[in-house]
Design a protein around this ligand. Sequence first.
Ligand code: KG4
Ligand code: ZN
Length: 335
Amino acid sequence: MKILAIETSCDETAAAVVEDGRKVLSSTVASQIDEHIKYGGVVPEIASRMHSECITAIVRAALYKAELTLTDIDAIAVTFAPGLIGALLVGVNYAKGLSYSSGLPLIPVHHLRAHIAANYISSPDLKPPFLALVVSGGHSHLVEVKDYTEFKILGRTRDDAAGEALDKTARAMGFPYPGGANMDKSCKDGNPNAFALPRPHVEGSPLDFSFSGLKTAVLNIINNANQKGEKINYEDLGASVMARVADCLVENTLGAAKLSGLKEIVLAGGVAANSVLRNKITKMCSENNFELFIPPLSLCGDNAAMIGSQGFYEFLAGKKADLNLNAFATMDIDF
Ligand code: KG4
Ligand code: ZN
């Protein structure tokens, strides 16, 4: 079964053709970074307009690269939640139009489910059940993936997502947008123990995360130094922040694995590209004899191949949408 997949939840316009949920026939991504970099973050209105401008070309490019036409496609999958509402609506409405004109079934896909599904592409033998750590710009979840379309949230952030904390501290340190990725690139040789940063816990909920206190502590360090006219070694501060965020994520993942008894662990989402997190979770999994699945960097950030993969399993589970499909800025993964 060949699925044409569309993703427009944030600042990447993406389309892909995926066969049977696992084989990527083509994947095209148009990044808007060059535009949003001027503002230090994603400007939702600009994101929507840019999606509108390039979605037709991106979908055509995905079909062209797969050497297919719409008549070879069996279904259309689209991200409908969560994300920037105006951005999501561009993809959803485009997919609805395409479904209406072609008569092809329309499959609604949850963005975070799709981040997990990126691992089905890179690890063809991976099957649920497993434990997933999903870390993106807007979400930090520990999820028991019971089946391809059955999820149970074991832990979640109470405030900022991991990516958000990295992006905001990176911005305060002067790293350009996207902050998390640029901090990772620039702080590889920094000393991760140079700054004593708090290790946040959520009292009574050991699998939940909280990153806003850590973010505030870093902003205070920067403000205090600025007031005193002192210089900060941002390479060390960045390395310290990334180490502390990764420690929180990895410790809770270990806790969730012990509690659930799951021995297969999947990393997913944009922050899965972080080199410190990748190293720390690899070490933890090898020390505890867990099997770890990490997508290649090309499948960590937003892309449509992962939408096509999850879309296949949603279709098998009978999840189809009609032309009333709407987009939603927030929606739990276990909706
Ligand atoms: O999944 P994603 O591409 O978009 C959302 O669904 O939010 O995740 C974006 C997040 C941003 O916070 C970005 O800074 C972060 O992933 N990110 C990274 C790295 N690459 C992307 N954070 C740390 N290190 C990286 N290498
Ligand atoms: Zn994402």
